[in-house]
Design a binder for this molecule. Structure first.
Ligand code: SF4
Length: 676
């Protein structure tokens, strides 16, 4: 178990970097002062000794480590903006492990979790803390369910040779893997249907009643977490846990006393998802599939029961098909829901009745396995969700639906999560550290603190580690029509062609919507000779890999490539942004947040829309310079940044880049790069 909060620097956490450095820190924890951050991060400090060639003292990293350390010591929150290259991971990990407390580290994605676990943790263990215990926790669907694997061996339900081969590989891997984490299975496609039938989702798990419970990979994961000093999670798991709190087996983090959020700019969105409610047509199809499967395995599948699941499929299909066919996300206010029900009441009632009769039928099965009891509960929960989404009208929620590809999603999302986070996060834990490269607007944390309900915190915006003025040139064309002008797309395409010729491809073209991306892509594609990649034509990771490995490639993409993308080096030498990334005002969540601020008498544009767009632009531009040796062009084709009053706040929030108004300057900058 972790040390009490007051432990100054528990010896078990710390090992000297080198033998000669051992004496001062090997003494009893009670009789020795923990090394100051300067002794670790400062010039000639322990980190430099650990990596004689590979470590460079960075004043901003030391400053961050000192701030985080003092927050841990004083049991306070801290919010720190630290740009790329600061070395922020070690600047929070070292104070976290020195705190002697069990700390949860929450990152934005599973791949960032892997990076921490495979790169930073071994470093800490090797040079600092050989006994440091670290656990990685992910959502249940990342893990193999041994029960399902055994059941599939007894009753193979495999489709084709490819699936049989994949099954055999998974079965062999299951014998040797310690974690059961699918991240170890390189051959498995992201959307593998087979994995969907083998994963350890809560829906299909019988928990302690499962004969494999003791050997279950989830049991082992929870065991590791209970013994760990640091627990690495992603924001989704963290907020799923915070929202569920005391749920049943398998979804709970063990007790912890502090949290560090890396990429903290994302937590409002993730928290909004988990403190909201959502259902989709897929949930009903999955329920019917899982009931059929369980009935077949238990040989309890009476004709009456199988008819019930078929009825759920048919009625769910009819119900979800009654939503308008246009794709996109739309508001679903109380009035709209009432008139929807007026028109389609029979489909709604029929679906609810089908769920109820499944529950009744399952309840009547004598000596049923635990799995059927849980399936009946899932059906009941779906009815509850439906009732909430159609019959409730919570003031702090915005109701909406979305049609996307084969899915229809109905949701209620909190308009403002600040009060929820204030109560459940910032008041429940005395130390929460938030860090990211994009937290300030105009040098201030007000916007982020207000959105998140963070009332008291130490705060610091660290100076950039890179020489942006020398490394990046910010190009703003002199004569562009307004982005709302009909002539804009053609002019934007001309600028992009001219820029790509000068950068010889090697560029990201980032758009704020699919429609704009496709339009400009069509205008550009026949005019340049570089390999063009378009978002939506392959999975995100495959596109990125192709971009990294294809000389002179150009990627056309939208919001999902504005952040979390790292392409250091010459391969990415130009980032072109077509317009200031204001969130789409007709999006129901954005519209509800804007209205709510207006109702409170606030200026939603300057207090919400502008700051949100500033942070998005900082993220997008942040793709370019990832290392001290990176150089390149940042181009913005939206001249509102200089024409509108609010443009000033964008300019004040960006690093001090070199400025250019003419393509000749762009060419000159890039020529210098080529001759270096
Ligand atoms: S405990 Fe649940 S997840 Fe684990 S093997 Fe059993 S059924 Fe699968």
């Amino acid at each position: 178990m972790p040390q009490p909060d007051s432990a100054p620097f528990p010896e078990r956490h710390y090992a000297p970097l080198e033998e000669e450095a051992a004496a001062p820190v090997r003494q009893e924890a009670s009789s020795v002062e923990a090394p100051a951050m300067a002794e670790i991060f400062g010039p000639g400090g322990l980190l430099e000794k650990a990596m004689p060639q590979g470590y460079e003292h960075r004043p901003a990293q030391l400053e961050m480590a000192e701030l985080v350390h003092s927050a841990f010591t004083a049991h306070q929150h801290a919010i720190v903006e630290a740009g790329t290259g600061t070395g922020k991971t070690l600047a929070y990990l070292v104070p976290a492990l020195m705190s002697g407390r069990r700390v949860v580290i929450s990152t934005a994605t599973k791949s960032l979790q892997e990076q921490l676990y495979q790169k930073d943790v071994p470093f800490l263990q090797k040079h600092f803390a050989p006994e440091l215990k670290v656990a990685v926790m992910k959502g249940r669907s990342n893990f193999l369910c041994k029960q399902k694997l055994h059941q599939m061996a007894d009753q193979p339900m495999l489709k084709g040779l490819e699936e049989m081969d994949a099954y055999r590989q998974i079965r062999d891997w299951a014998q040797v893997t310690e974690t059961g984490d699918r991240a170890e299975l390189n051959f498995l496609a992201d959307d593998s249907d087979l994995w969907g039938r083998l994963d350890a989702r809560r829906d299909t798990c019988t928990g302690q009643k499962c004969p494999d419970f003791q050997q279950c990979f989830l049991t082992a994961m929870h065991q590791r977490a209970r013994e760990a000093d640091l627990i690495i999670v992603n924001h989704h798991l963290f907020f799923a846990d915070l929202a569920l709190k005391q749920d049943d087996f398998g979804s709970i983090l063990p007790e912890y006393s502090a949290v560090v959020f890396d990429e903290a700019h994302e937590i409002e969105d993730v928290a909004s998802d988990y403190f909201g409610r959502q259902i989709s047509n897929f949930r009903f199809e999955e329920l019917a599939r899982d009931v059929d499967h369980a009935l077949r395995l238990s040989k309890l599948g009476s004709a009456a029961l199988l008819r019930r699941t078929q009825r759920i499929r048919e009625r769910a299909r009819a119900f979800f098909e009654s939503f308008p066919p246009r794709e996109g996300r739309f508001p679903f206010s109380r009035g709209e829901r009432e008139s929807f029900l007026e028109q389609h009441r029979e489909f709604y009632d029929a679906l609810v009745a089908a769920l109820k009769s499944l529950e009744t039928e399952l309840a009547a099965v004598p000596q049923k396995p635990e799995e059927l009891i849980r399936l009946a509960r899932r059906s009941f929960e779906l009815r509850q969700e439906l009732a909430f989404l159609f019959e409730s009208n919570e003031r702090n929620f915005v109701y909406w639906y979305e049609r996307r590809s084969k899915g229809v999603f109905l949701a209620a999302t909190p308009i403002d999560v600040s009060q929820i986070l204030r109560e459940r996060l910032f008041e429940a834990f005395d130390t929460v550290i938030l860090t990211s490269a994009t937290l300030t607007v105009g040098g201030r944390f007000e916007f982020m603190r207000h959105r998140l309900g963070l009332d008291h915190a130490k705060e610091r915006a660290l100076p950039p580690e890179f020489d942006y003025a020398a490394q990046a040139l910010f190009y703003l064309p002199r004569a562009m029509p307004d982005v709302r002008d009909a002539a804009f797309p053609a002019k934007a395409a001309n600028e992009i062609v001219a820029l790509l010729e000068r950068s010889r491809g090697r560029a990201f073209c980032l758009f704020t919507s699919y429609a704009q991306m496709n339009d400009v892509y069509e205008r550009v594609r026949s005019r340049v000779a570089f390999p063009l990649l378009l978002q939506g034509t392959a999975p995100r990771s495959a596109l990125l890999e192709r971009f990294r490995t294809t000389p002179h490639a150009v990627l056309f993409a939208t919001s999902s490539f504005w952040q979390g993308v790292d392409v250091p080096g010459e391969q990415l030498s130009c980032v072109i942004v077509d317009r200031l990334p204001f969130a789409v005002p007709s999006d129901p969540i954005v519209a509800a947040r804007v209205n709510s601020l207006k109702e409170d008498g606030r200026d939603a544009f300057s207090e919400y829309q502008v700051p949100q767009a500033v942070l998005a632009l900082k993220q997008g531009f942040g793709r370019l310079i990832r290392a001290k040796t990176d150089r390149g062009i940042l181009a913005l084709l939206d001249t509102r940044i200089e024409r509108m009053r609010y443009g000033k706040i964008f300019m004040e929030s960006l690093p001090k880049y070199g400025m250019a108004r003419d393509l000749a300057d762009v060419a000159g900058f890039l020529d210098k790069e080529a001759s270096n």
